[in-house]
Design a protein around this ligand. Structure first.
Ligand SMILES: [Zn+2]
Length: 296
């Protein structure tokens, strides 16, 4: 996308969301400024590379940036509008052909002929929760490869949808509160099962590997989030356990050692009784489940 189009979209978004316009407009062209070969490597915004070639693996960069910014928002920090501008740039770049496509330049020029229409800004934009992370490939898909005006609209709408969703209230929406309370109560009641999980998963030689996969669960103090994270990597921990046990039996013919390696597998089966509904699973990184979580 040309700078003119980036600015056109981002200006409207800043106004729509009541964000500081100047730093956002600066941010929305910054990745192209530093994205040329002559600037070399080492330009990072929120840990995401902006240097050449920033037009590669853009979806992953967008996802990482969203996650980092959301983490700050959950801690009560305000995201930097300049960084939001950079994020807009990456999103908007996805509505035109990739640089390598021969139609890229002509199409980019055609898009720059158009302006944001007032009527587009009146259309409602949904608010998406943590589901936005796995919906990204669909949201960022190139939808209008032959219509420059529709591409500009797409750039505006997609970056607005993502920014609006990213900047929403950090606390768990009221509609999820009852599910959360119920899940918390159930997990608290499963004390023996919880102990069994940790003992089976960690009293064996695979403990260091499992600790890596359980990193987030271990650092998490909220019980629902902790067991949500435990469940997320359960399959991986289970496979490692089976693989290690087979290795022990096959290679070393060690029966007791193999059995020890199989313990985490049983631990992972137990996670089936840690029920965390999908509404909470997809929002482990998206909301503070308790009001005072940010301060802890
Ligand atoms: Zn770019």
């Amino acid at each position: 996308m040309k700078w003119k189009s980036h600015r056109e979209c981002t200006r409207a978004i800043a106004e729509d969301l009541g964000l500081p316009k100047e730093p956002m407009l600066e941010g929305c062209v910054y990745p192209d400024r530093v994205g040329m070969k002559k600037y070399g490597k080492g330009v990072y915004i929120e840990g995401v590379a902006m240097h050449y070639p920033h037009h590669k693996e853009t979806d992953q960069r967008i996802k990482t940036m969203i996650l980092r910014l959301r983490k700050k928002i959950l801690k009560g920090e305000q995201p930097d509008p300049f960084v939001l501008g950079c994020l807009c740039h990456l999103i908007q770049d996805r509505v035109v052909f990739p640089h390598s496509d021969e139609r890229f330049e002509e199409f980019e020029r055609a898009v720059a002929e158009y302006r944001i229409k007032e009527e587009w800004r009146k259309e409602p934009i949904p608010l998406v929760d943590g589901a936005i992370l796995w919906q990204l490939p669909r949201i960022l898909r190139l939808d209008n490869p032959n219509d420059p005006e529709a591409a500009l609209k797409e750039g505006y709408k997609e970056s607005l949808l993502i920014l609006k969703s990213l900047l929403q209230d950090p606390n768990l929406p009221r509609k999820f509160q009852p599910i959360y309370e119920e899940t918390k109560k159930k997990l608290e009641a499963r004390k023996k099962l919880r102990y069994a999980y940790w003992l089976l998963t960690y009293l064996n030689p695979l403990a260091p590997l499992n600790a890596l996969l359980d990193g987030r669960a271990i650092s998490q103090r909220n019980i629902v989030k902790r067991y949500g994270h435990v469940k997320r990597n359960a399959a991986r921990k289970g496979w490692i356990s089976i693989f290690a046990a087979l290795l022990c039996w096959g290679l070393f013919g060690s029966g007791p050692f193999g059995l020890l390696c199989l313990m985490p597998f049983i631990g992972q089966i137990l996670t089936a009784w840690f029920e965390v509904p999908k509404e909470l699973m997809r929002n482990l990184e998206w909301f503070n489940f308790e009001k005072d979580e940010a301060k802890r």
